[in-house]
Write a protein that binds this ligand. Structure first.
Ligand code: GTS
Length: 211
């Protein structure tokens, strides 16, 4: 019986990397889902939420908020935070880069999809090149972002790359290292199982149906 619970809306949103980490560790979790914004707005859960937002992550009697803090919590728990302080600092740096690009994506999706999509896609040649070069600095880009162990930033970047491929199929192709990186993570047995599961497949990527 799992002690973990993810409380969120009926979309993948900010929870995919969290779910991928749990899946890859062979963990299960309970999903608590708010299927409408009105249900959420009037709920006790919103009143209790640290910043009035979701996702919330519960581990037994401990509940926390902020998706990137949740990733870090799981990273400490499951040894996904590098092998030393410098690794951890670089992992944080990479993850902050993922968050910056995710925020640009979300702003476009939620506020400017029709007019902003083309410019956002255009910007990806520069944005993804940063990650391509950073990945290339570690073991010639043949394994993970930092050091010799997969980290929470790898899962988070992988999620963002998948989302980008849905937005504009083929975008990753020119980035040989990122393309191979995504294929490597996708082929991890528990990740492949999760990606094929109803829990993942049946949820829209974003709450407004745009992707
Ligand atoms: N920095 C927060 C995180 O990373 O967890 C952002 C959380 C956030 O923006 N949550 C939105 C929310 O709760 C949903 S989503 O953007 O993740 O899809 N919105 C409802 C509300 O009441 O603000």
């Amino acid at each position: 019986m799992s002690n973990f619970k993810i409380t969120y809306f009926a979309c993948r949103g900010r929870c995919t990397a969290i779910k991928m980490i749990l899946s890859d560790q062979g963990m299960t979790w309970e999903d608590e889902t708010f299927s409408s914004l009105s249900e959420w707005q009037t709920s006790e859960t919103k009143k209790k939420a640290a910043f009035g937002q979701l996702p919330a992550f519960t581990d037994g009697d401990f509940t926390m908020y902020q998706s990137n803090a949740i990733l870090r919590y799981l990273a400490r728990k499951f040894d996904l935070y590098g092998s030393n302080d410098k690794d951890a600092a670089l992992i944080d740096m990479l993850n902050d880069g993922v968050e910056d690009l995710r925020m640009k994506y979300l702003k476009m999706i939620y506020t400017n999809y029709e007019e902003g999509k083309a410019d956002f896609v255009k910007s990806l040649s520069v944005e993804l090149d940063y990650f391509e070069k950073l990945l290339g600095k570690n073991q010639d880009g043949k394994f993970c972002l930092v050091g010799k162990k997969i980290s929470f930033a790898d899962y988070n970047l992988f999620d963002l790359l998948n989302i980008i491929e849905v937005l504009q199929p083929g975008t990753l192709r020119p980035f040989a290292l990122l393309f191979a990186f995504a294929a490597r993570i996708a082929s991890r047995p528990q990740i492949s199982k999760f990606l094929g599961s109803d829990n993942h497949r049946k949820l829209p990527i974003n709450g407004n149906g745009k992707q």
